[in-house]
Ligand binder design. Sequence first.
Ligand code: ADP
Ligand code: MG
Length: 681
Amino acid sequence: MVDLNKDVKYVKGVGPNRIQLLNKLKIYTLKDLITYYPRDYEDRSKPQNVCDCEDGTEVLIEAMPISKITEYRKGKMIISRLIVRDQTGTCYITWYNQGYLKNRFIPMKFYRFFGKVSRKGNRLEMNSPVFDEIEQTKNTGKIIPIYPLTYELKQSTLRRIIENGLAEVDGKLEETLPEYILKENNLLDINTAINRIHFPIDFSDYNKSRDRLVFEELLTTQLALLKLKNNYEREKNGIEFSKEVKMSDVINILPFKLTKAQLRVLEEIDNDMESQRPMNRLLQGDVGSGKTVVAMISAYKAVKSGYQAAIMAPTAILASQHLEGFQSILSQFGIRCELLISSITKKKKTEILEKLQNGEIDILIGTHALLEENVVFKNLGLVVTDEQHRFGVKQRATIATKGKNPDTIAMSATPIPRTLALILYGDLDISIIDELPPNRKKIETFAVRKGMTERVNQFIRKQIDDGRQAYIVCPLVEENEELGLKSVIELEEKYKNETFSNYKVAYLHGKMKAKEKDEIMEKFKNGEIQILIATTVIEVGVNVPNASIMVVENAERFGLAQLHQLRGRVGRGEYQSYCILKFDGNSETIRQRMKVMCDTNDGFIISEKDLELRGSGDFFGTEQHGIPEFKIANLFEDMGTLKKVQKIAMQIMADDPLLEKEKNAKLNELIKSKFSSRIEI
Ligand code: ADP
Ligand code: MG
């Protein structure tokens, strides 16, 4: 049996320098090495006739030099030129600074060359090709894997190391999936799959290998989540909150009537809270559907039953807003709420931490700051994470460990289709608020091109003159934050000094200090700022009912789900609200995406469409999210496999809820080795 956990440094070809480069790629063991999958392939297996080679393409030719290499010098550069030909034509090959090639080629003998060609009139040229003698297949004559790499490590180097790694395990890998799963689903065995994913013989070979590995990855993830859920369901060590504490006490003093959906969800939560089993619930509800009040009423129940509650939000702005909302109602019941965010003074923080530990704080609301080790509760009973897609599984788990099996609610405004919900949150029970509070006006949405800018600006002026406020959002491209930042600042200058010089304009972006951000948000809330130019930091949950216009610049760069979130910042008050999507580009996809936004306000429909039309996997926007990282599967491309796998996972679980049967032993082992470091399985 091979030891897959052996340090990668013992693999042939890995010296002290390379070990560091490999470690940078998170390759530490032999297993990491052989499961470091290619991101792409280059087909160097099919030779073309010289006369057929198209300008600008990468091609393989089989040809013979008509003479030896000729060398030229250009300054310090050595230029090597080789003229080769096959039956159909002549090709001029050039290498730069490869003096050692001088006597490498024997005239009138066949070689394989692979490289990019250009055609100048009748003349075919090839630059810096890789090559082999005709009987070799070192660099050509096969399908070559391309790995995701940094520039320090060469493709050919990693390729050789992986080849060496594969040679060590060749045929000796222990099968990871049970025999019956392999048979029923017609899957390749693990040895073939691993070998061929790196070095496929042809593309159908590649497809079969990939299918097998994707299948395994999705199946183990899905089973792990379902098993986790089954575990929870058996647990009887959760907190039983008091049946005497009535949620209706709060509901009755609210300034509005709860929707049917809110009441239904509260009942589900109430039942969970009163039962012995720990609650693990995902609360989904479109933007503006009123999730916060549900969290608040649940927190009331926890506190009045003698426990503390923690509310974690992704931004300081949002946390402060929650604090305000909670206090306005819960202070009437003598419940003490506090805010913990990174910008508070040290003194204040010390005081809060002390009170928290003594039980003098009932509800602690805050940001990631709540996760810090020194945040200790007296008896934490309920944990709520808002906009949970901004937090990872781990962070949700961490906050829960601050109590003894506390009940948890994860709130999300990103409605997602069932198939995805099951693979992302299969361990959770799901509640859905599928109804907006009454009398909400539909947000009118328009998609416009640059030519309309002046009319849009005129429209904004009119709204503001009527007393409203506006958001203008520009994209912050993740890979190039600097550029994004510049565009916000430039836009602000232009809007402030020219377009809207008679109005009060300010800007907000993620790089600002929390305190600065809060100040600006506060001013916007109070109406001291009329136009707020911002990056997507305002995407999440901010509530300013007087704001009635949302303009999104370069709307084509956002995912639909994200646009929907942004749009949800308006239409929160009594005023008719508008969302104006300024977009560029003529592609059919862009047009369709804009149309979806104009046609519907329903987050579930939008998320389905987003999935259908998604440009480059931007379903969840570019922001950080809680999606597990897959090594090979792609939730979007592999939707078909995912559906199949989910069906199988359900069947397995129905038959063997905790994977205790002998025939499923391998599966149990697989999910343990894969997930046990992250979560308790
Ligand atoms: P989200 O689900 O997006 O977090 P919020 O909880 O912020 O939405 O609620 C949006 C607004 O709707 C808030 O101002 C809230 O007070 C209000 N709201 C919540 N529920 C109702 C209701 N049943 N009727 C009227 N307004 C409500
Ligand atoms: Mg919210």
